[in-house]
Every structure is written in structure tokens, then in C-alpha cells.
Ligand binder design. Structure first.
Ligand code: ADP
Length: 464
């Protein structure tokens, strides 16, 4: 049987460029698909962070990653914008990327069965396949899956930039690109793709509502028959405390007691009081409204009264830089605020922390809770999206559940969930049982990559 051919188009992928979870997915799902016998190739822009001279690289055993080169557009330090905001030429940049992605398929003589597009940066691809390339025999058997990693980022541009897409003005209508007199790339991608998926089953349902749909709920409702949710997985070759070279001491579920060596070393590195018995609470996140950071700001004083240490790593909106900067100054002994993107420090925090906070307003999937599990760090999460699909309330009597959860978006709810977590921390036997348990959970791509293959096949069957 011929191999299933998939082009995975993404604006970021580990290990080449990353701002968030999309990069983790794009750098690991294709490797898992390869294991399942799929001929999958990745395509992404060649940013300044891509330290590869050639126009392609390999990940996994033999997954080709094609780089789209254009120094003017992509040879920049940041991916989508800098401290002054989004780059003014983002539409030019990603229209270029999408067109090149299709042309590259041709020059590599790789006619994909499926192009798996990801987020707004790749949304023009299904549109082009149905317009400019509609009668191109090279793509006559190519179908598209559009995967939503975050509904809130849709690729909105002023109307007068529409001609940059090189499409007829007819498509600038409310049935396609137009959204309140602006160009909305995601909207057209949702309309033109053969199927739509998102990164957790719960988020797939949530985005059909006004609260989570960010204005796209109407369009999505018209496509509900082809909408599904598949939970992201983790690449345990990348995230594994047994082999992680960046942490201070490797450990496994059997030697999870060694976590405290990581805690002490991190306390030392960050200038916190060195004491293995103080519970350490970690938070690693883009600093954006989505992530529930205002709740943390409201409880921080009460939290510090509980004799804990709080370690934050994040970068994003300036208002949060100011807020957390002030907080760190007020409590230098028990808070460490690190306002930057630092993959190495992230690994050390996952390894050294006891609890990990994800109080998001909404969370399409969330990877922090899965990474935390693997590192024996117990997540405290709000029950939304993928967090709801992966974290369940711990019950000490039955040892069921794997974290601490709250539902209502309120500071006292978050505080209660943290307090509950801390109440078990002092019971050494229960805590170590919980730590070992979460370390043995399987959130690898094993199950989810198979779901993707099933979905690809379903799309192809339908198109026959
Ligand atoms: P999102 O994609 O919304 O940012 P996810 O939870 O899906 O959220 O993925 C976030 C990923 O980015 C995780 O791998 C997390 O560890 C990483 N991350 C977020 N902020 C930072 C940072 N400042 N430094 C290093 N890694 C970070």
C-alpha cells in the first residue's frame, strides 16, 4: 500500500523556532506520524533562529523539514512582532509563506494527500488550493485539514491589504474573508478546508459558543460535521526527567525523591532561600490575558502567607511585565520572576517545582500540565479546554485523580485549589504516591497520532 503523504505546514516548530505550544506540536506530531508509517514533511519559515545553512533539515528518523527562505521577511529575531507590536508586513510574510509552501511541494515533487494547516498563518493554503490551484493537476488529490491551536489569533488585517492575497475581490465577502470590514485569514481557512480540528475534544465543543468562539462560532456551526478535537501529546524524548540534560539531577518515578535536589539547585540559582521542605509553585507561560494571570496577582499576598516559593517564567504583554516586576521587588525572598523566554530554565522549573499553576481563562490544550506530570509536578488548573480533558481532581482516599482543579474564574477558587494541593504536600506518603502516579501517566503522542491518521483517512475517503 502506498504511504499516506502529509505536508505539515506550521509557522513554528521545535527545535527551530518557538513562541508556544504550536511549535511543540509541529516538532513532535510529525515524528509520531512517521513512526506510524506516514510520509510526513514539515514546512516552516526560515527565521533568524533557524541555525541551519541548507534549505531543509531532518527531525525524527527521516522527517524532512523544508524551510521557506526570504531574508526580508523571515530573517528576524522574533516570529510575529517585536516590542512595538505585530510586524506591519505580517500579511505579506505569511501569504508568501503559503504560496511558497505549495510551490515547494511541486519542486520537491511531493504531492500530499493531506496538507495539515495550523493556525491563521497557514489559512490561505486551503483557499489557494480551491482558487488559484483549483485546476492544477498536481494537487488534484490533495485535501486539507485546518487545525486550530488558538481561536483568539485569527490573522486580522485592514481591508486595503486584501489585494496582497492576489485573490478576486468577490472573496472579500462575509462568507469568506470579511470580518467587520477587515480581512480575516482564519475565517476563510475555516470555510475552505476539507476538515477542521482543534487540540482537545472539550475545546472543539467550546469554540461553538459565543464565549470561546471569538466571533467564529457562526462559521464553525456551519462546519460542525467536519469539526473534531484531538488532544495534543508530548514528545517524551524531549521532555523526560530521566534523560533531560538541562536539569540538575535526573530522576524517574522510582527515584522521584531526587526531585528535591533539583529544587535546591534551582533555589540557589534563583537566589531563593534553600530549603527542600518549602513547597515551590511554578508558572511558565506566555504573559497574555488568556492565561489567568490577573487571578495570581489578586492572591499573591495570601499565597505568600502560606510559606511557599513562587517561580515565574514568562514573557508577553508589557502590563504583566510591570505587574510581576513589582511583585518580585516586594517579595524578593520568596518570589523569583523571570521575564524572558528561556527553554533551559523552563526545564529546571518543571523539575524543581512541586505545584504548577495554569489558571487559564481558556486553554485549547495546554502542554504545561502534561510536562508537569512527566516531571512529577502536580498541576493546579482551571477546568477548561484541554485542561479539563487531562487533569482531574485528586482524591487522597482513593488515590484517583492527578491534580487540583477549579471551575469558576475567581481568585478565591484558585486560592482554594492551591491550598488543597498544599494540604497534601505535607503528608509525605500521599504526596510521593501522587508524584509517582502522575509520572507514570502516558500523555505521549501514542494515542493521539493514531487519531490524526484516522482523521486524515476519513477526509480522504469522503473526498473520493
Ligand atoms: P501556548 O501555546 O498558549 O503558549 P501551551 O501550554 O500550549 O501554551 O504551550 C506553551 C509551551 O511554551 C510550553 O512548552 C511551555 O513550557 C513553553 N513556554 C511558555 N513560555 C515560556 C518561556 N517564557 N520560556 C520557555 N518556555 C516557555
Amino acid at each position: 500500500m502506498e504511504k499516506l503523504k502529509v505536508l505539515f505546514a506550521s509557522s513554528e516548530a521545535v527545535p527551530f523556532a518557538k513562541t508556544g505550544g504550536l511549535a511543540d506540536v509541529a516538532g513532535s506530531l510529525p515524528i509520531a506520524l512517521e513512526e506510524l508509517g506516514v510520509d510526513v514533511r514539515v514546512i516552516m519559515p526560515k527565521y533568524a533562529s533557524v541555525k541551519v545553512k541548507a534549505s531543509e533539515a531532518t527531525i525524527g528518523k527521516n522527517v524532512k523539514v523544508y524551510f521557506v527562505e526570504n531574508d526580508d521577511y523571515f530573517n528576524r529575531k522574533e516570529l510575529y512582532g517585536d516590542k512595538f507590536g505585530d510586524y506591519h508586513d505580517n500579511l505579506d510574510r505569511f501569504v508568501f509563506f503559503c504560496r511558497e509552501a505549495l510551490e515547494r511541494c511541486k519542486s520537491e515533487n511531493f504531492a500530499p494527500d493531506i496538507i495539515n494547516c495550523n493556525d491563521w498563518q497557514t489559512a490561505p493554503i486551503p483557499v489557494y488550493l480551491n482558487t488559484n490551484y483549483k485546476f492544477d493537476p498536481f494537487f488534484s488529490n490533495t485535501k486539507t485539514l485546518f487545525t486550530i491551536h488558538n481561536m483568539a489569533y485569527q490573522g486580522l488585517f485592514p481591508k486595503d491589504e486584501y489585494p496582497k492575497l492576489g485573490l478576486d475581490w468577490v472573496l472579500f465577502s462575509i462568507d469568506y474573508f470579511e470580518f467587520y470590514d477587515k480581512v480575516n485569514l482564519m475565517k476563510a481557512g475555516l470555510v475552505y478546508s476539507d476538515a477542521i480540528s482543534t487540540v482537545s475534544p472539550t475545546y472543539a465543543k467550546e469554540i461553538l459558543t459565543k464565549e470561546f468562539g471569538c466571533g467564529m462560532e457562526g462559521v464553525l456551526k456551519t462546519r460542525v460535521d467536519v469539526l473534531s478535537g484531538i488532544l495534543n501529546g508530548l514528545d517524551y524524548d524531549q521532555w523526560n526527567p530521566e534523560t533531560d540534560k538541562k536539569i540538575f539531577k535526573n530522576y524517574s518515578a522510582e527515584t522521584s525523591g531526587d526531585k528535591c535536589i533539583n529544587k535546591e539547585a534551582l533555589q540557589k540559582e534563583l537566589g531563593l532561600k534553600i530549603d527542600r521542605d518549602i513547597p515551590m509553585i511554578g508558572l511558565i507561560s506566555r504573559l497574555a490575558d488568556q492565561k489567568g494571570l490577573d487571578l495570581i496577582a489578586k492572591i499573591i499576598d495570601d499565597l505568600l502567607n502560606l510559606k511557599i516559593q513562587f517561580v515565574l517564567l514568562g514573557t508577553g504583554d508589557n502590563k504583566y511585565h510591570v505587574l510581576f516586576g513589582k511583585m518580585a521587588k516586594a517579595h524578593p525572598k520568596n518570589i523569583s520572576v523571570n521575564l524572558k523566554f528561556d527553554a533551559t530554565l523552563a526545564q529546571k522549573i518543571y523539575a524543581g517545582s512541586d505545584l504548577f499553576l495554569i489558571p487559564s481563562r481558556y486553554e485549547p490544550c495546554g502542554l504545561g500540565q502534561m510536562i508537569s506530570f512527566k516531571y512529577g509536578t502536580i498541576p493546579v488548573v482551571r477546568q477548561t479546554g484541554g485542561l479539563k480533558d487531562s487533569v482531574t481532581e485528586f482524591d487522597a482516599k482513593t488515590m484517583q485523580g492527578n491534580g487540583f482543579t477549579f471551575e469558576e474564574y475567581k481568585p478565591d477558587r484558585l486560592f482554594a485549589a492551591i491550598k488543597k494541593g498544599l494540604s497534601f504536600y505535607n503528608n509525605k506518603e500521599t504526596w510521593s504516591g501522587l508524584v509517582k502516579k502522575v509520572m507514570n501517566l502516558d500523555y505521549s503522542w501514542n494515542a493521539s497520532a493514531k487519531e490524526y491518521v484516522k482523521l486524515y483517512n476519513k477526509i480522504l475517503k469522503k473526498g473520493e
